[in-house]
Design a protein around this ligand. Structure first.
Ligand code: GLU
Length: 319
């Protein structure tokens, strides 16, 4: 009797394990909750989770520190995929800049998403008309782990400046920086992000502030020397207080993973996005102008993941 009972329990346990073994949890690294990466991750997961019954994939996309934090988490195997700026995708794969001595050979590109201009927003009363006017000012340079902090360091290097050229270089998160600008704790904030962006809209609606151009010889050289940088313009009229176009440079937001992640998983994720592409494009205004052919080539410097290649070939987008 007891024997039968324990056999029954054991087989119930086995059945239970078998059912859950088909489920696979995947995590996508994003950025701050007020940014666009968070929307990218949430949107991808929403599409992936619609097919959970067939694929077994359960996707979550928590808020993170941003590009550098995501790449490091994927490298460590703590996350499966993530969003990262094209400059940091490049440097991680090549072991250059911040990734010197820390090459991520297994990094794989999946697709690129929207453009991210390097954006400087200054209080109207701070006397800041150009990037050079930031010298001696209180600037939020970005949180540790973010792409904007890392790219800001590259810009400072290119200009022969350092963080000590600012009266204050604070490292607040995107969700905190609009309030800091409004409360006059900082004169300017830096954000490498897709537009239009809710956190910049919040900043310019709480205080008189404007976008400031980022131009000059050092920027020209960065764009000339590096394939992952391009000139960028934030259209006038997009944000209150900024009526004319603002020139700067920028990167692409890209979706990356590791060759350690199964082909089937990456295939299903890519399929969920591109089989439902019209739906995906409606999930944020920064996605409206996305085009499939650009997404599978622009801003990608690590090799494409095999699971993504399989889908792109099936669609006839690759030979
Ligand atoms: N570009 C930023 C970063 O790499 C994130 C922007 C966003 O969250 O949309 O950290």
């Amino acid at each position: 009797m007891t024997v039968f009972k324990s056999i029954a329990i054991a087989s119930a346990l086995v059945a239970g394990t078998a059912a859950t073994a088909q489920e696979k949890f995947i995590t996508i690294g994003t950025g701050g909750q007020t940014g666009v990466y968070f929307v990218v991750g949430q949107s991808i997961c929403r599409l992936v989770n619609r097919d959970s019954a067939e694929t077994g994939l359960k996707c979550t996309a928590p808020s993170t520190g941003g590009s550098i934090a995501n790449i490091n988490a994927i490298k460590a195997g703590d996350m499966d995929m993530g969003v990262a700026q094209s400059d940091w995708q490049y440097h991680a794969y090549n072991g250059t800049s911040q990734f010197e001595g820390d090459k991520f050979d297994k990094e794989r590109a999946v697709f690129s998403v929207h453009s991210e201009p390097f954006t400087v927003i200054a209080r109207a009363d701070a006397g800041i008309e150009s990037f050079d006017d930031l010298k001696g000012k209180r600037v939020n340079v970005g949180n540790p782990g973010s792409g904007q902090l890392a790219t800001m360091e590259v810009v400072l290097d290119a200009k022969g400046w350092s963080m000590s050229d600012f009266a204050l270089a604070s490292e607040l998160k995107p969700a905190e920086q609009a309030a800091a600008l409004g409360d006059n704790k900082v004169d300017a904030i830096i954000y490498t992000v897709g537009h239009p962006n809710g956190s910049i809209q919040e900043a310019v609606s709480t205080v008189d502030a404007k976008l400031v151009p980022v131009e000059g010889d050092a920027i020209d050289k960065l764009v000339e020397d590096n394939p992952f940088y391009a000139y960028a313009t934030v259209p006038g009229g997009m944000y209150k207080g900024t009526d004319s176009d603002v020139k700067t440079f920028g990167v692409k937001a890209t979706f990356v993973t590791s060759s350690d992640v199964d082909d089937d998983v990456v295939y299903e994720v890519v399929k969920a996005v591109f089989d439902n592409f019209d739906r995906f494009k409606k999930l944020h205004p920064a996605f409206e102008t996305l085009k499939e052919e650009e997404m599978i080539s622009d801003g990608l410097s690590a090799p494409l993941h095999d699971g993504a290649v399989k889908y792109y070939k099936e669609r006839g987008w690759m030979e």
